[in-house]
Design a protein around this ligand. Structure first.
Ligand code: GLN
Length: 495
């Protein structure tokens, strides 16, 4: 039965429609795999009853001849998505016991399309982190290991549980969110595919907010075709999110021809960082050659403001987070501190927030409050907003010269060991996002595709960045890269 869990979404969809498998059988196989994988820490709230009920309904729908693309497909859902009646904690102590009365737009669209929810997935607290180590549940673990070394590695973050679950075949696909790289970096660390669509493609309604001008949902899948299918079901206009775009959703899957002849692929010179491992550099060159061999034209481009991207992001994201997280005051949601006699409402706010938020979230709230404070607003927040515009303009200028997509490494290293960076200077952790944050600052679509293994046998990813709203074209370029790279490796099961 375990073979069922290795299926991809496209394969399972076709087998379900052909009556070769049932959603109940697929779902049971995933539930069994999940039960045997507690060592990965990927699922933090399991929902087997909901899953089986949805699977039975999906089977009935398929029997009746109504089988939308996601019908009967078992998925994992990142804990950042509000799911009605099911714990949705953003991996934070402050939302302990929070069960929303409503369903996020993305999950309700997936369920309307027949998807099955196996449970909620681990992540960094409020999606702040790159290693899944800030989670109140404890970290998720990468199913990959270095050679014969059994040291536990990070699956990346913040969507670490999603990445671990998909890479370990506990589910067929998962939802993720990406504010500065949280879909693409964990996808790269675990040998799977992850796409962050254009800002505004997926509704943010019902997704617990981190930094509202950067947050986007997207799928984490076993390959590019599955990314096209799942993204199609997740995105679309939503009047409840004023930043959601009212554009038709193309049939992304039908755009996967693999034909990229004549496309211009930009190689940004500023992404060749000092001290970058030679293997990452070499992989990037190989990716460039693969796209050239597939008929694309390679052009050198310059994105001169790239060097300011990390500091800009780490002003804007905490600023927005400090404002978004002000609502967790012990009154309306989740945790409330117990007060000693004589303590009042201000003590309640302070104690609740001190107890409920972990250290990284507290650091971001403090940084954010500082950069927004009257004396420093212009020096930091307003300055960062201006630099953000320049970063966006760099991309616009590159696209205006006819560039169709930009190729970069996805991460500056392969997966690192759990604990390796946790106690270091937080900036060491922030450096992980060096290739991904520009894409969020500019609101562009970006995809990470597994492209090879490093010397230690760990997966490495390449990132493609596309023009706004052209996810179909981006997915097709990614499909050509995936085909050429031929990455089929899987982690060896040890859990
Ligand atoms: N690692 C980045 C951060 O900590 C990005 C997180 C994300 O994309 N949610 O902010």
């Amino acid at each position: 039965m375990t073979d069922l869990t290795r299926m991809k979404v496209a394969q399972a969809r076709d087998a379900l429609r052909a009556g070769e498998v049932t959603s109940v059988a697929l779902t049971e196989a995933c539930l069994t795999a999940i039960e045997g994988a507690d060592a990965l820490g990927a699922f933090v709230h399991k929902t087997p009853e909901i899953a089986l009920e949805q699977a039975r309904a999906a089977d009935a729908r398929i029997q009746a001849g109504d089988a939308p693309s996601m019908c009967g497909i078992p998925m994992g859902i990142k804990d950042l998505f509000c799911t009605k009646g099911v714990p949705s904690q953003a991996a934070s102590g402050i939302l302990k016991g929070f069960k929303p009365e409503y369903e996020s737009t993305v999950t309700s669209q997936l369920f309307d399309a027949g998807a099955v929810m196996l449970g909620k997935l681990n992540m960094d607290e409020f999606a702040m982190g790159s290693s899944n180590e800030t989670s109140v549940y404890g970290n998720a673990v990468n199913p990959w290991r270095r050679g014969n070394d059994d040291a536990a590695l990070t699956p990346g973050g913040s969507s670490g549980g999603s990445a671990s679950a998909v890479a370990a075949d506990l589910c067929l696909a998962a939802t993720g969110t990406d504010t500065g790289g949280s879909i693409r970096q964990p996808a790269a660390f675990t040998g799977i595919t992850g796409i962050k669509p254009t800002y505004g493609r997926c509704s943010r309604w019902g997704i617990i907010a981190f930094a509202s001008s950067l947050d986007q949902a997207g799928p984490m899948t076993k390959d590019v075709r599955d990314a096209a299918i799942v993204l199609g079901a997740m995105c679309g206009h939503d009047p409840r999110d004023s930043t959601s775009v009212d554009l038709p959703v193309p049939d992304f899957e039908s755009m996967l021809t693999g034909d990229i002849r004549g496309k211009a692929i930009g190689i940004p010179r500023e992404y060749r960082m000092d001290g970058m491992p030679a293997e990452i550099d070499a992989l990037w060159d190989q990716g460039r050659d693969m796209l050239r061999d597939a008929g694309a034209r390679i052009v050198d481009i310059s994105l001169p403001h790239t060097k300011y991207a990390l500091p800009t992001y780490y002003v804007i994201a905490p600023a927005e987070a400090s404002s978004n997280l002000a609502r967790y005051d012990g009154v309306r949601y989740g945790h409330r501190a117990t007060l000693a006699s004589g303590e009042g409402i201000n003590d309640m706010y302070e104690k609740t927030r001190a107890e409920g938020f972990g250290p990284e979230v507290q650091r971001r709230v403090m940084v954010g409050t500082y950069v927004l404070s009257a004396g420093f607003y212009d020096a930091y927040y307003n300055r960062a907003r201006k630099v953000r515009t320049l970063i966006k303009r760099d991309f616009e200028q590159a696209f205006a010269t006819g560039v169709d997509a930009i190729l970069t490494p996805a991460t500056p290293s392969a997966a690192f060991g759990l604990g390796e960076l946790q106690d270091a200077d937080p900036v060491q952790m922030y450096l992980n996002d060096v290739f991904t944050v520009t894409v969020n600052l500019a609101g562009l679509p970006g995809i990470s595709v597994p492209a090879g293994l490093d010397k230690q046998g760990l997966p490495l990813g390449l990132q493609l960045i596309g023009r706004p709203w052209e996810e179909g074209d981006l997915l097709n370029t990614a499909y050509a890269l995936e085909t050429a790279a031929g990455f089929v490796e899987k982690p060896t099961k040890w859990w």
